[in-house]
Design a protein around this ligand. Structure first.
Ligand code: NAD
Length: 426
């Protein structure tokens, strides 16, 4: 029973709904709007037959959830994962809705997933699966309907195959059907590090507000993938910060004087883990989260800071680069401790803002230089951060102490609710 309760507590869609309910209560959201926004508007489940290298057909299950399209086409990545569930896809599609709304870009929210183990598949099987997924979903996607992108275990190459399959079906060039594509088929400059770069702009603003000197700041990063490794190199390059700890799924490394990125990368290539690097102290992922640092950046997976360890978090600033790293239980504890916790759908919105820029370029056929990409990204995400702080302070002045996450939800929900109202949905 206790196990069951814990499972329910960590169910990502239940968490997304709890966060939504809290904000909906705070803003006294209309009942019909609440019903429309508490659940996805459309859920699609498909079977995908794939001829495997053995000659036999394997049938995969795929999902696409279009959570809400009041502000524009659904937008969100496709995850390939052996443990993918419809509730994970639902939660991520809800978070995409709030993310696009908070960034004030003209999209709704969506997400997709396929239950599969990419590590056991060869390239041809992966290509056949990706093309099959698009054949199953082609009637429901398109640049003005629903625009997928990469997510965990899906790559620019997979986006290239998917775009190609879609174009074959519709019989015309349509690069805006999908983002995160290789540059050769009209991906965008800047997209590969836009998630971490966006987080750095938020970090710069948050540090100004909280009077944290980033030049002398000690930073710990959980995760050494796309988000985590770019966060490491960019924080060092842009601010001169000291990254004292980083981890991958096997564990972490620590150095009081700061880690050397090249040495970690070399160790990962050589031994399969960053823990193989010389001159560093090995730590666990649990220890990394509880280090005495100025900034903690969870950039790996969900449910890392929970009711069990939140009390031991020592960082002043928590920058949620991963999706869903902090549970609602932990939220309350961090708030009481005075940890400045910036929510995922603000911090990692640089990824979807970058996707939006790619889609814009695809729609117009005019392609930008890198500096134009980053300047615009900075402008959009810095505005989101300031919007969040303004709403946070307005509630504070009314005597209602809310978290930055509550403030971000209030802004995002309000914009989607207003769009639904303007359409006459309630
Ligand atoms: P990735 O697959 O490139 O990297 C994930 C990293 O997490 C790897 O280093 C892996 O070793 C590590 N990891 C896995 N399990 C772990 C565990 N139990 N403890 C510690 N580390 C563990 O993925 P990514 O693209 O870097 O995404 C990371 C997070 O950021 C995800 O939550 C993702 O949804 C979110 N995100 C990424 C983007 C993007 O553009 N990459 C955009 C928005 C949000």
């Amino acid at each position: 029973m206790a196990m069951q309760n814990e499972k329910e507590e960590l169910n990502p869609f239940k968490i997304a709904q709890q966060q939504f309910d809290r904000a909906a209560d705070l803003m006294h959201l209309d009942e019909a709007a609440r019903q429309l926004l508490r659940e996805p508007m459309r859920t699609i489940e498909v079977r995908i037959p794939v001829k495997m290298r053995t000659g036999k057909t394997k049938v995969f299950t795929g999902f696409r959830v279009q959570y809400n399209t009041a502000r524009g086409p659904a937008k969100g990545g496709i995850r390939y994962h052996p443990a993918e569930t419809i509730d994970t896809v639902r939660a991520l599609s809800a978070w995409m809705t709030w993310k696009c709304s908070l960034a004030n870009i003209p999209y709704g929210g969506g997400k997709g997933g396929v239950i599969c183990d990419t590590k056991s598949m060869n390239e041809l099987e992966l290509e056949n699966l990706s093309r099959g997924y698009i054949r199953a979903l082609a009637p429901f996607i398109g640049p003005k309907k629903d625009v997928p992108a990469p997510d965990v275990y899906t790559t620019p190459q997979i986006m290239g195959w998917m775009m190609d399959e879609y174009e074959k079906i519709v019989g015309k060039s349509e690069p805006g059907v999908i983002t995160g594509k290789p540059l050769e088929v009209w991906g965008s400059v800047g997209r590969s590090d836009s998630t971490a770069m966006g987080a750095m702009y938020v970090l710069r603003e948050a540090a100004k507000l909280k009077k944290i000197n980033l030049k002398t700041a000690r930073i710990a990063v959980q995760g050494f993938g796309n988000a985590g490794s770019f966060a490491f190199t960019l924080a060092k390059k842009m601010f001169g910060s000291r990254i004292v700890a980083i981890s991958d799924s096997q564990g972490g490394v620590y150095s009081k004087t700061g880690l050397d990125y090249d040495k970690l990368e070399e160790a990962k290539k050589r031994s399969g883990s960053i823990q193989g690097a010389k001159g560093v102290e090995k730590i666990t992922n649990e220890q990394l989260l509880e280090l005495d640092v100025d900034v903690l950046i969870p950039a790996a997976i969900e449910n890392q800071v929970t009711g069990k360890n939140a009390d031991r978090i020592k960082a002043k600033l928590l920058l949620e680069l991963a999706n869903g790293p902090v549970t609602p239980d932990a939220d309350r504890i961090l708030f009481q401790k005075g940890v400045f916790d910036l929510p995922d759908f603000l911090v990692n919105s640089g990824g979807v803002i970058g996707s939006y820029f790619e889609w814009l370029q695809n729609q117009s056929g005019y392609y930008w230089e890198a500096d134009e990409f980053y300047t615009r990204l900075d402008k959009v995400i810095t505005k989101s951060f300031k919007d969040v702080m303004t709403t946070h302070d307005e509630y504070g002045k009314k005597g209602q102490k809310i978290t930055p996450r509550d403030a971000a939800y209030i802004i995002a929900i309000d914009r989607v609710a207003k769009a639904m109202k303007a359409r006459g949905w309630y």
